[in-house]
Design a protein around this ligand. Structure first.
Ligand code: OGA
Ligand code: NI
Length: 331
């Protein structure tokens, strides 16, 4: 089946937004503006350890999102990652379509245009590329772009470095729960923990005040480490209003996802977020989802549960959680 790509639509000099992208009035950016003067926490990984643990735990509890700086991943590698992703999206359409995904098979790997079902059948203003990064046994390099030729080398290096950054963040989050350092990583499957790359590409949009790039959602996995380009657009829901997350060069935008909310028995919050699009400029972001393997059983961690603090979430496999989330069934 041919899928209409947003990038193709956007390149056709549209003056008006087609009806399927126009959000109901109560969802439109023009009617749900972000509050001014509020910013999400920015945390330097070079802080003394105890202070760092405290700041990370507070940000994960109060916001479910925080930015990290001084993380040790080189700006050169980040630029290279952005470069190869942009190069892929600038390929001729036919070449991109060779990687088109087929979500009906249960896998989203490849080039795609829509990842979630929604109630009003409104379409998000976004194309994406999705593939597994690790563990090696789950990676199928045929699903990675072969063009530009350096895509693989750059993304393999990024995977390696991001895995150690992920370990560090999971250690801090574990300690923030009063658990030993490896607790969360081990709940997420240790060596079998997965990382997935989603390159989000939001073309310029003729009427951005009426559309959304991605609609409000929480990320289903455990943790998301995201690098955007310099076009703003990410907003998070906090204290009953939208808060814009300002771009900060080379900082990682760390989102707490559903699985960490469950494992922490609600101490850490899966952050509700959405993206807006831009009239003149293409926005891109590189989201890495850190997830347990499908067969992992995820529930509130026993040390965090007692008589006074009963489990707030049911325990189930990640496969079951995904099935319910995709089909909008109660968890
Ligand atoms: C996502 C997402 C936000 C962004 O891919 O799940 O929320 O800034 N992306 O692109
Ligand atoms: Ni998200």
């Amino acid at each position: 089946m041919d899928v209409e790509r947003i990038q193709c639509l956007a390149s056709g000099l549209l003056k008006e937004l087609p009806a399927q992208f126009i959000r109901p009035a109560d969802e439109r950016p023009e009617n749900t503006k972000a509050v001014e003067g509020v910013t999400v926490p920015v945390i330097s990984l070079s802080l003394p350890h105890d202070i760092l643990v405290k700041q990370v735990a507070e940000a994960a509890s109060d916001w479910g999102i925080f930015l990290i700086t001084d993380h040790g991943i080189s700006p050169t590698l980040i630029s290279q990652l952005q470069e190869v992703g942009q190069q892929f999206f600038s390929l001729p359409q036919k070449e991109k379509e060779a990687y088109a995904n087929d979500p009906s098979t249960g896998s989203f790997e490849g080039y795609g245009t829509k990842m979630t079902k929604n109630v009003q059948q409104k379409v998000e203003w976004i194309d994406y590329y999705f593939h597994m990064m690790t563990p090696p046994s789950k990676v199928n390099y045929d699903m990675w772009p072969k063009n530009p030729p350096s895509y693989r080398e750059v993304t393999e290096e990024y995977t390696k470095q991001l895995l150690s950054l992920t370990d560090k963040v999971l250690e801090l989050l574990s300690e923030g729960l009063g658990l030993e350092k490896k607790a969360l990583r081990s709940s997420l499957g240790d060596e079998n923990m997965e990382m997935e790359m989603k390159i989000n590409m939001y073309p310029p949009c003729p009427q951005p005040e009426l559309a959304l790039g991605v609609e409000p959602h929480t990320d289903m996995a455990a943790l998301t480490l995201l690098i955007p380009n310099d076009v703003p657009g990410l907003q998070v829901w906090s204290q009953d209003r939208w808060v814009a997350v300002d771009y900060l060069q080379n900082a990682f935008f760390v989102h707490i996802g559903d699985q960490l909310e469950v494992l922490s028995n609600g101490k850490y919050k899966g952050v509700l977020h959405r993206t807006l699009v831009n009239k003149e400029r293409m926005r891109m972001s590189w989201a890495v989802f850190v997830a347990p393997p499908h067969e992992a059983v995820i529930g509130p961690l026993p040390p965090l549960v007692n008589q006074g603090n009963p489990p707030k979430f049911s325990t189930k496999t990640y496969a079951e959680y995904r099935h319910r989330k995709f089909n909008k069934l109660p968890q």
